[in-house]
Design a binder for this molecule. Structure first.
Ligand code: SAM
Ligand code: SF4
Length: 328
């Protein structure tokens, strides 16, 4: 088990396999996209497989594949199958916008994936177009349907933005009445590739108060030890809801995760610049022992919380980064 200097055990890896995406969400990137990374700058599937296996040996039990949109990268499915067979890995999961995902759902089920996070900020077609700059709500909903049909648990991620989708909070909560889904409302974070300046008028407390106004019977439910969402349930509903204080950063004390970006940069905190580049280390001929040493040293320096990480980067404008290049 690898631990950081604050005694937190790290057993969860979030691996971004690409920065490219078929949506252009306003909170994530500018309308004309990002300066996409050239293919040679991405880690190969073989390199990512090597790192995943090493980290599992070091104590990682859960891997989330993310991006960019993971399914935009060619041949994702065989890679997922390969990762799912790493001995000692307890959970493989992914975060997707759902546009290309539906046809792969039976295979995801077969390889043992039991939960998928689906990003869905609105159930209204016009607002979906305004937020994601693409007319694709039907495709995301098809994936939701396919996941539920195949008995894969779904966590819906909705980023809440002032003057954009706050009218969607209650309709999204109402989804939990008939569907066994967990709808999680996320505070907007300042990672949008320079697309906008954020105003955190809708923090998790306000989101929660808004939901409670409509559903006074809202009940707190137990959260798992490393959960980032505060979970709630409405009596009589099949699903649950959650609020994620992603900007407020109230959950850093129990953080158990590290991130690896599509270029192989290790980020022990979402709000840090990155400690070292694994792809470079591998291409320079590092052995597995060298890589384990580098990873353990980086984890030891994991910042206490996202505020400390941000302070270390005072000169860097967070908004210039995009969640698609970090791996949300
Ligand atoms: N493309 C996939 C998707 O959207 O599900 C996976 C990558 S996306 C970067 C991962 C998650 O980060 C999504 O749920 C998205 O809503 C969230 N996200 C992106 N930018 C964000 C921001 N600025 N603030 C909060 N969440 C953000
Ligand atoms: Fe693409 Fe996901 Fe970013 Fe939206 S949040 S632009 S779907 S990477």
């Amino acid at each position: 088990m690898i631990t950081d200097s604050y005694g937190r055990s790290i057993n969860y890896l979030r691996l971004a396999v690409t920065d490219r995406c078929n949506l252009r969400c306003t909170y994530c990137m500018p309308a004309d996209g990002l300066n996409w990374l050239p293919h040679r700058e991405l880690m190969t599937y073989g390199e990512m497989r090597r790192i995943c296996a090493l980290l599992v040996k070091m104590g990682v039990e859960k891997i989330r594949i993310t991006g960019g949109e993971p399914f935009v990268r060619k041949d994702l499915l065989p890679f997922l199958q390969d990762i799912s067979r790493i001995g000692g890995l307890r959970e493989l999961t992914l975060t997707t916008n759902g546009l290309l995902t539906a046809p792969f759902v039976p295979e995801l089920k077969k390889m043992g994936i039991t939960t998928v996070n689906l990003s869905l900020d609105t159930l209204d077609r016009d607002r979906f177009i305004r937020i994601s700059r693409r007319d694709a709500l039907d495709k995301a909903l098809k994936t939701l349907d396919a996941l539920l049909t195949h008995d894969i648990a779904v966590k819906i991620n909705a980023v809440v933005m002032e003057n954009s989708n706050t009218d969607d909070i209650i309709p999204l909560v109402q989804l939990t009445k008939t569907l066994p889904v967990s709808v999680r409302f996320i505070e907007e974070m300042p990672f949008n590739g320079g697309a906008r300046t954020i105003s955190l008028r809708w923090n998790y407390l306000r989101i929660l108060a808004h939901i409670r106004d409509h559903f006074p019977g809202l009940q707190k439910i137990a959260d798992s030890p490393h959960a980032t969402a505060y979970g709630y349930h409405i009596p009589g509903h099949k699903g649950d809801i959650g609020v994620i204080a992603a900007y407020t950063r109230s959950f850093c004390g129990s953080c158990n995760r590290i991130r690896i970006t599509p270029t192989g940069m290790v980020r022990t905190c979402l709000y840090e610049a990155g400690s070292f580049n694994l792809k470079q280390a591998m291409r320079n001929g590092c052995t597995d022992d060298d890589l384990q040493g580098l990873l353990a040293a980086a984890i030891l320096k994991k910042p206490k919380d996202g505020w400390q990480a941000q302070d270390m980067l005072v000169a860097q404008k967070l908004e210039q980064q995009s969640m698609a290049t970090i791996g949300g």
